[in-house]
Design a protein around this ligand. Structure first.
Ligand code: C5P
Length: 284
């Protein structure tokens, strides 16, 4: 079985406070985008075999390995599978690659072994792996609250819109960003977030109200990301750091003609530029 493990962007990310468990209380709207890693899962003669085409990710802490281990532990099924991942999503870019790999591995294994885990159990396991994993268990776009594990599906009208991704050649640690966040400076949910919470989500409006509370840290620490954001706003009308970075994105409507010139400008400073659609997932 071969699965597409999609990346995400956060169009809204509000940090609402610090929790007693050390994590932060969130409200974030996430969208899957058509940038994906490929996960191949096959039955073998025995054991759990794992390989990935990036050496640093080929270890026991890999979230996909963690997902597979928890799946076999929870179901009691004897592990006899090989999992191979071909990475295309930038690592440490705020696009959720590792969490996505974990969620799709979990869903893939569940399908391969004829659905021993219920939907509820999949979410339970996902929350144990990491804060962003639950979002990828769900189909399509969604609001994530709590630590990131409370998911509400949102139908966003993304037709006619694309995402321009600016990908710098360095990664950012999520834990690093949260540690430097000054909570007193945050203002809480704005009108756009409340509208989305009510189930109304139009990309046409949303693209003018993008918001990320983690940006205050990221833009202060990394000058290049500040420059990318300013350039995107100037040339495409909007720009936002995704999650804790390092990637910055713009939502492009069909009226934006800036693409080529923008790509050239970003590439002069070593920033890779990619335009992708919003993802269309096949229901599994
Ligand atoms: O849950 P996950 O391991 O993906 O989170 C990575 C890091 O991000 C955590 O160690 C924590 O420092 C921070 N985090 C947080 N609050 C969240 C999600 C993540 O403080 N809701």
């Amino acid at each position: 079985m071969i699965l597409k493990s999609f990346a995400k962007i956060n169009s809204l990310l509000y940090v609402l406070g610090k929790r007693p468990d050390g994590y932060h209380e969130l409200f974030t709207l996430m969208h899957k985008i058509d940038l994906f890693d490929l996960i191949e899962i096959e039955r073998n003669d025995g054991g759990l075999k794992f390989s990935i085409n990036i050496d640093e990710l080929n270890n026991q802490d890999n979230l996909a390995v963690k997902a597979a281990r928890l799946f076999f532990e929870k179901t009691g099924i004897k592990p006899q599978v090989s999992i191979e991942i071909e990475k295309h999503i930038p690592v440490g870019g705020g696009l959720g690659g590792g969490s996505s790999n974990a969620a799709y591995t979990l869903k893939g294994l569940n399908e391969l072994f004829d659905f021993p885990l219920s939907r509820g159990e999949l979410f339970e396991v996902a929350a144990k792996i990491g804060s962003d994993v639950s979002f990828f268990v769900e189909h399509g776009d969604a609001i994530a609250e709590g630590r990131g594990e409370i998911i509400t599906k949102v139908k966003c009208n993304t037709e006619g819109f694309k995402v321009l991704l600016a990908i710098p050649n360095f990664s950012v640690s999520t834990a690093f960003v949260y540690k430097r966040l000054r909570l007193t400076k945050l203002k809480g949910l704005n009108k756009m977030a409340l509208t989305v919470k009510d189930g109304l989500c139009s990309m046409h409006e949303l693209k003018n109200h993008l918001h990320n509370d983690l940006e205050s840290v990221v833009l202060k620490e990394f000058d290049l990301l500040k420059w990318i954001k300013e350039t995107l706003i100037k040339e495409a009308g909007n720009g936002l750091v995704s999650g804790s970075g390092s990637c910055v994105f713009s939502i492009l409507g069909s009226e934006v003609q800036a693409e080529e010139g923008l790509k050239e400008q970003l590439e002069t400073r070593g920033v890779l530029c990619k335009t992708v659609n919003f993802a269309e997932e096949i229901l599994r």
